[in-house]
Design a protein around this ligand. Structure first.
Ligand code: NI
Length: 176
């Protein structure tokens, strides 16, 4: 996709099982005004939907970039470009949801802490240690950029409990 031709006002949240959600996103080589505009548009979409994180792949743009705001407020949004995660520690089990899977929620086991290295909108590299909710959101969004969804990480029992919601989304997608 040519970023220059991206129609920002046409972007919308893709729902499971849209195949774009399974695409592996590409690293950003150039960070400029277009990416800043994309981040702004993604913020608008995320806040309107009441989410705390949104990956570019979720709006159909397969670039390694996501935004998050633990308060769900636009002023707290952080833009994360080309994220790399390491130093995974501990285990936490926090209930997760996803704007691409409305009405599906489940506890997901993940490392409780991790270190994020990424670039910001100015292209500067930074490192952040994240724990608990922040670590969960960062891992959840980075998963999106690898074509993974939180439902891929559920235990058999949790997946069974979510089966109706998942099935409903599959039917809605087929009916479009
Ligand atoms: Ni998600």
């Amino acid at each position: 996709m040519l970023i220059e031709n991206m129609k920002l006002d046409k972007l919308y949240i893709r729902h499971y099982p849209d195949p774009i959600l399974r695409q592996k996103a590409e690293n950003l080589t150039e960070i400029g005004d277009t990416i800043a505009a994309l981040a702004e548009r993604m913020t608008e979409i995320m806040v309107k939907a009441g989410g705390i994180g949104l990956a570019a792949t979720q709006v159909g743009v397969p670039l390694r970039m996501f935004i998050f705001s633990l308060t769900a407020k636009p002023e707290d949004v952080q833009v994360i470009i080309n994220p790399e995660l390491k130093n995974f520690q501990g285990v936490s089990e926090i209930e997760e949801g996803c704007l691409s899977l409305p009405d599906v929620r489940a506890k997901v086991r993940r490392p409780a802490a991790c270190t994020l290295t990424a670039r910001d909108l100015d292209g500067n590299e930074f490192t952040m240690d994240a724990v608990d909710m922040a670590a969960t959101v960062i891992q959840h969004e980075t998963d999106h950029l690898d074509g993974k969804l939180f439902i891929d990480r559920l235990s058999t029992i949790s997946r069974f409990a979510c089966r109706r919601g998942i099935r409903q989304l599959e039917e809605e997608f087929e009916d479009r």
